[in-house]
Design a protein around this ligand. Sequence first.
Ligand code: NAP
Length: 242
Amino acid sequence: MSEMGRLDGKVVVVTGASKGIGKAIAFAFAAAGAKVVLAARTRGTLEQVTAELRESGAEALAVPTDVTNVHAVKQLIQRTLDVYQHVDILINNAGIGHFGPVVDFDPDDWDAVLNSNLKAVYLCAKYALPPMLEQGSGQIINVLSIAAKVAFQASSAYCAAKAGALALTKVLASEVRQQNIRITAVLPGSVHTPFWDDVPEHPDFEQMLTPEHVAGTIVSVCQQPSGMVTEEIVVMPPLGIL
Ligand SMILES: NC(=O)c1ccc[n+]([C@@H]2O[C@H](COP(=O)([O-])OP(=O)(O)OC[C@H]3O[C@@H](n4cnc5c(N)ncnc54)[C@H](OP(=O)(O)O)[C@@H]3O)[C@@H](O)[C@H]2O)c1
């Protein structure tokens, strides 16, 4: 990687960093020289991934966090500031899926999907923005889905949450672009991750994107020169929607 593309010393908070796309994002930022703060609910897996990163020579910090919980999110940002003094980049990646037709869909599942894919994006941005605004720069990348734009059967909560998060991303950009904060929505098609473990009828894993495809795209957005902003990226498997 050229020196220009390096992110040495940048502090990057990655939510949902213990598995799948988030784990690949954490490794990709570490490879570019960033200090990575990893957040997810399950302490064991989070600490295991963080240990792997450190063994590879990276600066990494695990902060077990439920991103749907306001107190936990506040604590995530505070701990980041205590350890690394600033927050340069926030990657809102954590999210879950529950699927089924509206008529059968459990209201608790609806809340869980909306909270992790939509409310959490608001909460993490709310608490990461003040230190970014204070330092006069920052970047937030929201990992959404092509489901933000395409209606998939049996995906009401997921599509609604991702579409809402796309609207939220645009509002955020309009609120903070004057303050040198860059906001990006990334909309992947199917990615081969543990996300699909509990989904009986899933597309062909062989045809899906890899987590590294999405992670590489996100790191390259953060390596762009300061005179530009990439507001929205759709990343699809070569065969399109699977
Ligand atoms: N896989 C796909 O095909 C695909 C396609 C487009 C977009 N996406 C989006 O990409 C993102 C990552 O998906 P993935 O496929 O990598 O999923 P995954 O393999 O299931 O990983 C999800 C990660 O999010 C964490 N997480 C879930 N709920 C959380 C919460 N409330 N607080 C903190 N962390 C939480 C999980 O850890 P814990 O369970 O330990 O908290 C895990 O680290 C999601 O937003 C998803 O909607 C996925």
